[in-house]
Write a protein of this length. Structure first.
Length: 330
């Protein structure tokens, strides 16, 4: 995304607010971008930062030609900082290092901008360290926090930032873009668009065979649940663990299961529903739809709870084993 005109096509309110701030030169010291698709939030944050750094002050749009714009594009602008989780969380040491860097005078100008991705993943210690900086940010320093779960941020952090809520991303369009890039089938690219928070990660997953096998494993799991629920623990030990070996893999697997149950619930409520993700698996979805609405809802809630446990650093294997027990109960 290179211009606010592009942002306006899908996020007209956000685009207008940011452009008005630039025109009036009324820049807050902290913004919180919230939405369901982090790549869009990050692109908007980088666009806003580029405009703030741009050396042409006679326009709102970044010129994309000056030294600062070119450095932003190449990732070499030293007064722009971007923090992301180190593993499952953003740690106190990361925020402390950021605060140290920001305490120094801007190396190239009078402004420093830092972006914290998945800000809700800050540990309590990291969030408290950031809060101290929020209270006394210093002149020329701008924070942009990105999150799809703003309710998990400290209330004191939320109260000190301007909250901008993005409209839901068009996952169908994102899936089509991924399909054009990777030549994978529509079902697979739609799934990747839903379970990966970054489009680059989704594209890389589609290039490799792991994600193809992950979808196959999830569909096998659903067949076991529909036809042989008593065998779920055995399936997990023999098949699931070999496919989903680490915490990130397990999270992706659970997200894929979530998509399946959401599709099943949509079809249960409306048999003519066409906007499903598992388009190649409609017979299995319809078979699952033979269960009661209450059962499918309980399954979906159980998977969502399992995702939260994995994100909270609970042992992934124990989390999946508990989930299988919950699914067996129906």
């Amino acid at each position: 995304m290179r211009t606010f005109h592009e942002l306006e096509q899908t996020q007209s309110v956000i685009s207008t607010i940011l452009q008005n701030s630039l025109r009036a030169n009324r820049i807050n010291h902290a913004y919180i971008f919230t939405g369901d698709y982090e790549p869009l939030l990050l692109e908007a944050a980088q666009l806003f930062a580029k405009s703030l750094f741009c050396e042409r002050k006679d326009q709102v749009e970044p010129c994309n030609e000056c030294r600062s714009c070119r450095r932003m594009d190449s990732g070499n602008l030293v007064d722009y900082y971007q923090i992301e989780p180190d593993g499952a969380t953003i740690k106190k040491e990361q925020i402390q290092q950021l605060m140290h860097d920001l305490s120094l005078r801007g190396l190239e100008g009078d402004r420093q901008i830092y972006v914290v991705t998945q800000a809700h993943r800050m540990t309590p210690q990291a969030a408290n360290s950031l809060l101290k900086f929020f209270e006394e940010p210093g002149e020329g320093k701008v924070a942009i926090l990105l999150t799809n779960q703003p309710q998990l941020l400290l209330p004191t952090i939320r109260s000190r930032g301007q909250l901008l809520s993005f409209r839901p991303a068009d996952r169908v369009m994102i899936g089509q873009v991924l399909s054009d890039k990777t030549s994978r089938d529509a079902e697979l690219t739609q799934l990747a668009a839903r379970v990966y928070s970054k489009i680059d990660d989704a594209e890389q997953a589609l290039i490799e065979d792991w994600f193809v096998n992950a979808r196959a494993s999830v569909l096998q799991l659903m067949e076991e649940l529909a036809n042989r629920p008593a065998d779920l623990p055995l399936f997990v030990q023999e098949k699931w663990i070999n496919q989903f070996k680490n915490r990130q893999d397990v999270r992706i697997g659970l997200e894929l299961v979530t998509c399946f149950f959401e599709d099943a619930l949509h079809l249960k409520l409306n048999p003519s529903w066409e906007i499903i993700t598992y388009t190649n698996s409609r017979p299995l979805l319809e078979q699952m739809g033979g269960k009661s609405q209450a059962t499918i809802t309980r399954w979906l809630q159980a998977v969502l709870a399992a995702v939260k446990r994995v994100e909270a650093n609970v042992n992934p294997q124990l989390t999946v084993e508990r989930l299988m027990f919950d699914l067996q109960k129906g």
